[in-house]
Design a protein around this ligand. Structure first.
Ligand code: 3PG
Length: 410
């Protein structure tokens, strides 16, 4: 799992009095109805690097949500949250590469922070590029001349080769930010002591990343058992014929086909819920999976499933959990998430919890410090754990080779 990387740190860049582009990951869960931010952990994590750049002119940038989804919003609320957390005004501009943004960058003074709007408002940031092509994008071409250096701190986006991640480090000296360094150090330490049996608990709503990673996790002997919860469990339940109704999700057929292949390839690895909790007028009702009918919405795993999964978690050598098992924000459907996280917290195994939602859940249940490593990263962390070379680290390593002879081993 993982690998050591030769990358620069902020100190190597000597950023005092310079204009620094900081690529953070402020991508935050959004309430589908009010479109307000639901959790501030990634925004607060970004502050460590920003505080350490207080003698520079800082241009901060991030993506938020995905095109066409309710979470594809401007970063205005993020700027307010940052101002509050940092105790100083973070300037926000409703622009990314246009004249307004460029004028605002030119007018910055030492100690000021300017937050650009959602990077994905620029079409190119929704595509992946090879570094040599990323440098030709309008996004990079319009902006890079304004900066002396770049700090890439978007650990949760490390698996995406977007221009802002892989383009700037080709042209400018680039270092990892505090979050990137903290994650690398902690993960390398943890992975050196991890042992089997390896249990992975998957949940949440992002199915595609997880389906993609499962094969590699099992192949690389990092998942002896995969305990399925959340939407991904529904996909496997359907693939195994245990439920028949439509799941009401995009790309359903494609996901179900993929799940069938995985079930055939690894018949003894996956565990699916035996019972689930559904919502009847917002109240919790537990039923067997075989009793599910029509369009009933599954909101949590049921008590029998909790018992079986908790036992497996407690006897594991290493447990990795990504994505919540239920709608834990609702008190009637938090039981599954709380029970499995508590089983991890009380286990003697090495424990890693991944993704902003689960970190928020750990905070809510007051057990964050009982977990060996928590990370707000989701898909990127899974890819790191299976030893994939991630674009963000490649970009930083290449930049270190190109711009410095004093790179550090992290
Ligand atoms: C994440 O939340 O995993 C990162 O911010 C990447 O977002 P994406 O999956 O929309 O690319």
């Amino acid at each position: 799992m993982g690998s050591s990387s030769r990358i620069l740190t902020i100190e190597d860049l000597e950023p005092e009095n310079k204009t620094v582009f900081v690529r953070a990951d402020l991508n935050t869960p959004v309430d589908p109805f009010s479109r307000k931010l639901l959790d501030f952990s990634r925004i607060s994590e970004a502050c460590v690097t920003l505080k350490d750049l207080s003698n520079s002119k800082v241009v901060l940038a991030s993506h938020q949500g995905r095109v066409g989804r309710y979470d594809f919003i401007s970063l205005e609320e993020h700027s307010k949250a940052l101002s509050k957390l940092l105790g100083k005004d973070v300037i926000f501009i409703e622009d990314v590469i246009g004249p307004a943004a460029r004028n605002a960058i030119s007018s910055l003074s030492k100690g000021q922070i300017l937050l650009l709007d959602n990077l994905r408002f620029v079409a190119e940031e929704n595509y992946e590029f090879k570094p040599e092509d990323a440098v030709k994008t309008i996004l990079i071409q319009r902006l890079y001349k304004f900066f002396d250096m770049v700090v890439v701190d978007a650990f949760p986006t490390a698996h995406r080769a977007h221009p802002s991640i892989v383009g700037f480090p080709e042209l400018l000296p680039a270092s990892g930010g505090r979050l990137v360094v903290k994650e690398l150090k902690a993960l390398n330490k943890i992975l050196s002591i991890s042992k089997g049996p390896y249990v992975t608990v998957l949940g949440g709503a992002k199915i595609s990343d997880r389906l993609e990673a499962i094969d590699t996790l099992i192949e690389s002997k990092r998942a002896d058992k995969v305990l399925l919860t959340g939407l991904i469990a529904n996909v496997f339940l359907k693939a195994s014929g245990k439920i028949k109704q439509s799941l009401g999700i995009e790309n359903e057929e494609k996901y179900v086909e993929r799940a069938k292949i995985l079930l055939n390839k690894y018949p003894d690895t996956f565990l699916m819920p035996k019972d689930v909790a559904i919502s009847i007028d917002d109240e919790r009702k537990e039923i067997e999976v075989s009793e599910l009918e029509g369009e009933q919405k599954i909101c949590d795993i049921g008590s029998k499933t909790i018992e079986i999964y908790s036992k497996i978690i407690r006897s594991a050598g290493t447990i990795f959990m990504s994505g919540p098992p239920g709608l834990f924000e609702h008190k009637n459907f938090q039981i599954g998430t709380e029970a499995l996280l508590k089983a991890m917290a009380s286990s003697f195994g090495t424990t890693i919890v991944s993704g902003g939602h689960l970190v928020a859940a750990l905070e809510r249940f007051g057990i964050r410090e009982w977990i060996d490593h928590t990370s707000t990263a989701g898909g990127a962390l899974i890819m790191y754990l299976v030893g994939k070379k991630l674009p963000l680290f490649e970009a930083l390593e290449n930049s270190a080779k190109r711009f410095s002879k004093s790179e550090r081993l992290i």
